[in-house]
Every structure is written in C-alpha cells, then in structure tokens.
Design a protein around this ligand. Structure first.
Ligand code: SAM
Length: 384
C-alpha cells in the first residue's frame, strides 16, 4: 500500500472508531483487526503503519472528531494530496481535530491534584508492566528472563517498553508472569493479602487483582465475584495457568446480595475494584475519552455507590474494605469514599500500607505523571 492508501485506510477505520465510541460498540483495536480480516492484500508492515496512524489520531484529540478525515488531517496533511487510492485533497475550510488531552466537560471534574503540567502524561504510550507470580518464581528470575527492570514500588513488578509482546513468551504461557500495570499491583498490595484468610474480590472481572491476591497468599480462600459472565469466564483459564485456586461466583443483578448472603460478616478483606470512567487509563485506552458521556458517568457513579453498599455487610468486625477506581475524577474517588463513610458509620478510613501517590481526601491518588502508573484512586476502610 502507498502511504496515502494507508492514510485512507486509517480514515475509514477512524470513522468506525468514532461511530463505535458513540454507540458503545467494539474498541479501536478490534475494529483495526476486523478491517484487515477482509483486506488480505495488506501486508504486516501496512497493518502496523495503519494501526499506528489510527492510534496517533485517537491520542491527538480529546474531543470526538467530526470524522476520520478530520481526525487524521492535522497529523499527516501531506498525505491528503488526492493521489491514487489516497484521501481526496484537503481544503482550507474543512474541519481539523484540535490537539487536546482532557475533554472540556471533564476538566472541572478532574482531581485538582492533576494539574495541567501532568496532562500530557495521561495519553503518552504506557510501558508494559509484568507481575512476577511469586508463588512460582522470583522477580529476579523473571527480570533476567525478560531483560526487564524492576518497577519502582511494587515488589512483584517488572517494566518493559511500550508495545512489548509478551503473550507468546513461554514464561507467560507457564503462568510465571501476568501483564499488569504497577498501579493495579499496588491495589492488590493495599489489601495486605498475606494477612488475610478470606478475601472477596467483589468486582473481579477477568480476575487481574484476584490473581495477584492469590499469588501473594496461596493459602487464602479467595472468592471472585462479578455480574458479567463474559468477563468472569476468563478467570478460570488464567487461574489454571498461574496455578492459583480461586472460587468464582457469578452474581445476578439486581439480586447480588442473595448470591453473597453466605459471606455476610465473614470476609477479612473485601476488594471493590469498581466499574468507572477509566479516566486513569487513557494512556492505554485513549478512545475512552470519546466514549464517556455525562449520562454514562452518572450511571457509573450510582453503580460505585451500589457495589460499596453490597460490600459493607460482607466485612467481618475488624476486617477491611479496599475501594479502588482507575479514575482521576473526584466524583468517583475522593467524593465516593467520603459518601461511603457518611452512609456507613461502622467504618473508619485508614492509610493504605503502600507508600505511593498523593493524599486525596481519605484515600490516595496515583497518576501517570507523578507515579508512572495508570491513574487510580485507592481508599481503605476498617470495620469497627
Ligand atoms: C474495573 S472492572 C474490574 C477489573 C478487575 N478487578 C481486574 O483486576 O481485572 C469492574 C467490574 O465490575 C463489574 N460489575 C459491575 N456491576 C457489578 C455489580 N453490581 N456487582 C459486581 N460486579 C459488578 C463489571 O462487570 C466489571 O467487570
């Protein structure tokens, strides 16, 4: 493919990415793969180049561009020359996506700790972090195997350059490592897993945090719950690969409490890794900015409140609840933690046992610019 034919392909994919963001459809990665499934003439270099153009355009623009053309034009104007299979020649009047990081409507909602100087880091390409599975290997062994540096804070973490391919490596296939951002590892560490006998991961998804808890304390009973069958079904093969024993439990919305009744008052630790805007993970998922709307944010906030209220009765007296969101929005972090404490007088906030991030109300905020991790809010509550 010529450079301008690649640009035309990127425009077509970007049109789909924009529509999919509006309709909450498949992610950009899936759309790129699907596009090339029916275009066998494109070689691997073409695919890589087109993918790179698509993601550069997504990173470039905070607001949803009006079209794929508008998204790409500011990045590669020289390719809009009307040649061959390329895009039609550009005019001075046609729209161009403006460069930006945080969508206008979200700017007042960001935690004030995330000042303008940090914004660029929110969409920079992220490194690939690994978590060494210490129930099976040591971090040093994996550092040598991958020629990787240790992550700054997590004792389990290793850091590789952006886009490093790991899933074909034998150490990955043997369950010796998982791909996991250091911030996610620090959430598991905030649970103090070695000290707990019964841990409930209430929003376990595909089990990233539950696997980290199991690796840190293989003798503990871990119950991983979620309302999504599709996500939870990914946990069993991952646990098998890691050699971990984790019970998974599919909850029935809106009767989650019935599925949890046998755990009432028994958990040493409940982790609520709540559904959220994902505003802390734009560096891995920059189109997340295009998907979020005020209505979606309202729904997520209500869901966070709901899962926190489902979690509270599970904690035994003296036990711990850890609340985490991969969000930098005050509403989902600090304000949600304050609201929890005002609804549940039987809990008090305490420090997380990991020295990282900055104080944000009763919790801590980790950011790409300050901590080199994805953005997270983490709070820890003790049942009195
Ligand atoms: C941030 S994700 C969890 C990520 C996961 N802990 C990990 O480490 O990979 C939030 C999860 O909450 C789940 N969820 C949404 N509503 C829920 C509910 N009412 N009860 C339990 N889980 C819920 C979603 O299906 C989603 O998998």
């Amino acid at each position: 493919m010529t450079p301008s034919a690649r640009a035309q392909a990127a425009i077509e994919i970007l049109d789909q990415v924009i529509a999919s963001a509006r309709e909450d459809g498949p992610p950009a990665d899936a759309l790129v793969s699907a596009y090339f499934k029916t275009r066998r003439y494109a070689g691997s270099k073409d695919r890589r180049a087109v993918r790179e153009l698509v993601f550069r355009a997504v990173r470039h623009s905070a607001e949803v561009p009006v079209s794929g053309r508008a998204a790409l034009l500011p990045l590669a104007p020289e390719l809009f020359d009307g040649a061959g299979h390329g895009p039609a020649a550009a005019t001075d009047e046609e729209p161009r996506a403006e460069e930006g990081v945080v969508p206008q409507w979200l700017q007042p909602l960001l935690s004030p700790l995330v000042e303008g100087g940090e914004w660029a880091a929110l969409v920079e390409r992220a490194p690939v972090d690994l978590r060494a599975n210490l129930s099976r290997t040591s971090r040093d062994e994996m550092a040598a195997h991958f020629a990787a540096a240790p992550t700054p804070v997590s004792p389990w973490g290793l850091r590789l350059p952006p886009d490093s391919a790991v899933s074909a490596d034998e150490a990955f296939a043997d369950g010796l490592v998982e791909v996991q951002d250091e911030g996610s590892q620090l959430i598991a560490l905030s649970c103090d897993p070695a000290e707990q006998s019964l841990m409930v991961d209430l929003c376990a998804g595909a089990g990233g945090k539950a696997l980290a808890l199991a690796a840190a304390n293989p003798a503990a009973r871990i119950v991983a719950c979620d309302t999504s069958r599709a996500r939870l079904s990914k946990l069993a093969p991952r646990a098998e690969r890691a050699g971990a024993t984790i019970e998974s439990r599919l909850l029935d919305q809106p009767r989650e409490d019935e599925g949890l009744a046998d755990l009432n008052g028994l958990a040493d630790l409940v982790l609520v890794d709540a559904p959220c805007s994902g505003s802390g993970t734009w560096r891995r998922n920059p189109e997340g900015r295009w998907r979020l709307t005020p209505e979606r944010l309202d729904r997520l906030e209500a869901l966070q409140e709901r899962v926190l209220d489902l979690a509270a009765p599970l904690v035994r007296p003296g036990g711990t609840l850890v609340y985490a969101v991969c969000s930098l929005l005050t509403r989902e972090g600090r304000a949600q933690a304050d609201a929890f404490l005002s609804r549940h007088s039987g809990f008090r906030a305490e420090d997380i046992p990991v020295n990282v991030g900055r104080s944000d109300g009763v919790g801590r905020l980790l950011t790409p610019g300050h901590d080199g991790t994805d953005g997270f809010f983490i709070a820890r509550f003790r049942a009195t």
